[in-house]
Write a protein that binds this ligand. Sequence first.
Ligand SMILES: [Zn+2]
Ligand SMILES: [Zn+2]
Ligand SMILES: [Zn+2]
Length: 86
Amino acid sequence: MEKKCSHIAEYLKDVKPQSKRCEDCVKKGDTWLHLRMCLDCGYVGCCDSSKNQHARRHFEETQHPLIESIERGDTWRWCYEDEIFF
Ligand SMILES: [Zn+2]
Ligand SMILES: [Zn+2]
Ligand SMILES: [Zn+2]
């Protein structure tokens, strides 16, 4: 059976990224690989391949489940809770 994300309707708003970099990494003087944006509040954090995984940490702290890649050329979104792309 195809898994579906139950959060899309609730969380999908017209959000704009709060930043063009991972501010939490910048504060620590760290670097990141890729950027992800929270689709609820526009928080920008680094991906799971980055050392600090700020996007995932944001989800754990806020329970905002949906993110979107804001890397150039990427068009996918991801739900941390259902663990699916959409
Ligand atoms: Zn979901
Ligand atoms: Zn980061
Ligand atoms: Zn958020």
